[in-house]
Write a protein that binds this ligand. Structure first.
Ligand code: FAD
Length: 399
């Protein structure tokens, strides 16, 4: 016999986008559930550096681009969630650094780029007086200029924990390929049908949201959607572990024409209490396709060049490949904002950046209201617990 369950919204994918959307929709009275094929956060979210960007990174050519403009409101938006004053209560999410820094070395072009970048965001970026440098840069043995940005860094583990804990009873693990999408007589997706070895059941809903990052493409194919197109942009990320590393949060602006920082560092603590430096920026982009030993060697060389006053002797280096997954709406460039599109009752969504997730939730909420999707009362989603297992949180790569 086939059991049938119902809810308002089914979300696929439990990274930041899916977990934030689940919280947002349930806070607004919608009945919503989240289905995850792996562990929550195991995609890009726990691999991210957790920087809540204020836009400078996207203004390094001196112009306040659309992306820089849109993202510049985000730090304030996140801060109100972190202090419990907004629709999503993120109290309990740890802030790893309340500020982010930008270090421009003495090269002419890098100084110019930094200067132009800071001009275009005037009032939001300030050069720091040497006497006020954090300890890490006070010890610098090379010339440079340090700027303080409005960006800050969140601990993605505690971020996901907070979002998970509030809605854990509505978050389920599913097996890849264990379901098919059903369409009604009008050709609209109205249910998913599960056909594991021993169980057969369907879940009906008003709308389905795909927020599965890289997994969206498979879902788009499974649901037979015409749109949208997705794109992957790969990275080769390095992390560095040692007991005595100081914490540092900085973009190092390079002396090339690239608009990507030469190095973007965030600092974390692993399960053994060791400090982890997580390295993004140009090193991760130019490292794509390189063997692990070659990439590690590049990172060692870069760190010793940029920070000659730090001893990396007892440091372990590791690297891994990961894709950034986004909508492909602009000829392979990164979209400027969070993105979603609806087709046949299915919304396909990518936040584009962790930072832009609140925009994604706002835009989807508005879209649902505009399309007359309102919460219903006669649902049987709570009974899903008899047929689906709860999903679990993933951990960081260095754990
Ligand atoms: C190395 C790196 C560093 C980054 N740093 C930053 C940063 O500092 N600041 C910033 O703003 N952004 C950053 N980003 C971007 C940011 O991480 C992503 O934009 C964001 O995490 C995407 O979240 P998501 O929920 O859409 O996808 P993901 O986090 O990838 O989550 C997708 C989830 O869907 C699940 N899934 C897959 N297929 C299915 C399916 N068929 N059914 C159900 N579930 C499925 C996956 O298991 C996964 O849990 C970074 C990205 C990378 C890769």
């Amino acid at each position: 016999m086939t059991s049938s369950y119902s809810t308002d919204i089914v979300i696929f994918g439990g990274g930041i986008a899916g977990l934030w959307l689940l919280n947002s929709l349930r806070n607004q009275g919608y009945n919503a559930i989240l289905l995850e094929t792996g562990k929550l956060g195991c995609g890009q979210t726990l691999a991210s550096q957790g920087i809540i960007h204020g836009g400078l990174k996207y203004a390094l050519n001196g112009a306040l681009s659309g992306a820089a403009n849109i993202i510049s409101d985000m730090p304030a938006r996140w801060r109100s969630c972190l202090s419990g004053d907004a629709e999503i209560d993120l109290r309990g999410c740890r802030v790893l650094s309340d500020h982010y820094y930008m270090w421009s070395d003495s090269g002419f072009r890098s100084k110019l780029k930094t200067f132009l970048g800071s001009k275009s965001l005037s009032g939001r970026v300030s050069a720091i007086d040497k006497k006020d440098y954090p300890d890490f840069f006070k010890a610098a043995t090379v010339e440079g200029t340090l700027y303080k940005l409005p960006d800050f860094v969140v601990d993605t583990n505690s971020l996901l924990e907070v979002l998970f804990e509030k809605q854990r009873e509505w978050i389920f693990k599913i097996n890849p390929g264990s379901y098919t999408f059903e369409r009604n007589d009008s050709g609209l997706v109205n249910a998913i049908s599960f056909h594991d070895k021993n169980t057969h059941f369907t879940i009906e809903a008003q709308r389905f949201i795909f927020s599965a990052g890289k997994g969206n493409q498979q879902l788009i194919d499974d649901a037979n959607l015409r749109e949208p197109k997705s794109q992957l942009r790969p990275l080769n990320m390095v992390y560095v572990k040692a007991k005595n590393l100081p914490s540092v949060f900085v973009h190092c602006i390079g002396d090339s024409f690239s608009l990507t920082p030469k190095l973007t560092i965030t600092s974390h603590t692993d399960a053994n209490g060791e400090t982890v430096w997580y390295l993004g920026g140009e090193i991760a982009e130019s490292g794509v396709g390189k063997d692990a030993d070659v990439q590690v060697h590049s990172a060692q060389k870069l760190l010793t060049t940029l920070f000659p006053w730090i001893d990396f002797e007892a440091t372990q280096f590791h690297c891994f490949s990961i894709d950034r997954a986004e909508a492909n709406v602009n000829n392979n460039y990164r979209p400027e904002d969070a993105y979603f599109i609806e087709e046949s009752n299915v919304l396909v969504a990518w936040p584009t950046k962790l930072t832009l997730t609140p925009n994604l939730a706002d835009n989807i909420t508005k879209h649902l209201a505009t399309n007359g999707i309102i919460p219903t009362n006669t649902l049987t989603e709570q009974d899903l617990r008899t047929v689906l297992e709860p999903a679990k949180l993933a951990t960081s790569r260095w754990d």
